[in-house]
Design a protein around this ligand. Structure first.
Ligand code: BDR
Ligand code: CA
Length: 390
């Protein structure tokens, strides 16, 4: 069921993939408008003004906001073209308490170097903590094919004047969750650091305001027919997170593919002509070229959408379902299986655990908040506003 937050979309909001109706409603679920309670224990977005869908910028006037108005986040990432845009987006709309890095799009040396470089280019006063250099169990396989050999396409990076604050991202996440009130964790790479943090401190979720991940898909994948890169790159870690960090907000390909960037957006970013904007334009231009080569018409900037989900949840349609990460399947490993059956049916249709052929894992899994639809033009304008104004 489409809800109020999607009814007044402009036509250019409707760039969803073919057949992208909300399967939650097909399954008889009431898909909720993203209310504060559906996204976080106490949404930060209640203090953020509604963006308009007109004009080049959304006029949210973030510059005038004090850090106290902005959600405090730890940003776990593997930069990565879209991770870098997401850092800039977060720097504008959030109070980034710290950045942690993880192996993913490229190796940990590159992702850490890139996080430091992004912070330096945008003059961000933020610590960077280096994290896991490999997945828990899975072999290390990168996405350099998409992001370029060093992870940031062909962007020209400055010589680093910054160094990491520590080599212990996991310890940093655990400590910061306990010492900073109302902290949101946003993870946009493979979930290795977060899984290790949950192993170290099973109470971690109690100390976080919300956990939002860019990862997974309820429908088609981007590295296999059914698996999305971040879930697929470390599926054991993703399985731990969905099971032990509930409720996680899953910003998967279902929604991130609705917010697309092409040369019009690259030109708009370039027009701002600041060093940060020129850097961002080169990243989006590279992502766009890569997307064309892969048969897409424009580039999704996945990770930045996860940031906007935290800061502007009213722009998204979200509903709660158990999510199970497939670990065994020959062709489905890394798939995030979203159980769209109503909870009552999940319970009544579950076969006993002793039935090894059942494949019924959902009843053990708590609900996650699955993000389905976005007011895409508004979300894209917010990302543009961030990278051109920061
Ligand atoms: C995700 O995979 C990575 O390549 C991107 O940075 C994003 O986090 C999209 O599937
Ligand atoms: Ca990423």
């Amino acid at each position: 069921m489409m809800t109020a937050n999607t009814t007044n979309q402009s036509s250019s909001d409707n760039i969803t993939p073919a057949g992208n109706t909300n399967p939650a409603s097909e399954a008889g679920h009431t898909s909720q408008t993203s209310s504060a309670s559906s996204v976080s224990k106490e949404s930060p977005a209640t203090s953020i003004s509604q963006a308009t869908t007109t004009g080049h910028t959304s006029q949210t006037n973030q510059a005038a906001r004090t850090a106290a108005d902005k959600p405090k986040i730890v940003f776990d990432c593997d930069p990565g073209l879209d991770d870098a845009i997401a850092i800039l987006t977060a720097a504008y709309f959030c109070d980034i308490v710290g950045i942690t890095t993880v192996n993913g799009n490229v190796g940990i040396d590159y992702t850490t170097h890139n996080a430091l470089a992004v912070a330096q280019i945008a003059a961000l006063d933020v610590e960077v903590h280096r994290g896991a250099s490999r997945p828990l169990i899975a072999p290390t396989i990168d996405a350099a094919r998409v992001h370029g050999a060093t992870g940031l396409g062909d962007a020209k990076l400055p010589s680093l004047t910054r160094t990491v604050a520590s080599n212990d991202a996991v310890g940093y996440i655990c400590d910061t969750a306990r010492s900073v009130d109302e902290l949101h964790l946003v993870a946009v790479g493979p979930l290795t650091n977060l899984a290790l943090a949950l192993r170290r401190d099973p109470d971690l979720p109690k100390h976080l305001q919300s956990i939002t991940i860019m990862g997974g898909s309820a429908r088609i994948g981007n590295v296999t027919p059914v698996a999305e890169f971040n879930a697929w790159a470390d599926p054991e870690a993703a399985a731990i997170v969905f099971k032990e960090a509930a409720p996680v907000t899953m910003v998967g390909l279902d929604v991130t593919r609705q917010i697309l960037f092409g040369m019009t957006e690259v030109d708009r970013i370039r027009e701002a002509a600041t060093p940060t904007a020129l850097f961002a334009a080169s990243l989006v231009a590279y992502a766009y070229e890569q997307s064309l080569q892969r048969g897409l018409s424009a580039a999704p900037i996945h990770d930045a959408v996860a940031v906007i989900t935290v800061t502007h949840p009213h722009l998204f349609t979200i509903s709660a379902h158990p999510v199970t990460v497939e670990l065994q399947g020959e062709t489905t490993r890394g798939m995030t299986v979203v159980d769209l059956r109503p909870r009552k049916r999940i319970e009544s249709e579950t076969r006993p655990a002793s039935d090894s052929s059942s494949g019924n894992t959902s009843p053990d899994n708590p609900d996650s908040n699955v993000v389905w639809e976005a007011r895409s033009e508004t979300v894209r304008n917010l990302i543009l506003e961030a990278v051109t104004t920061l």
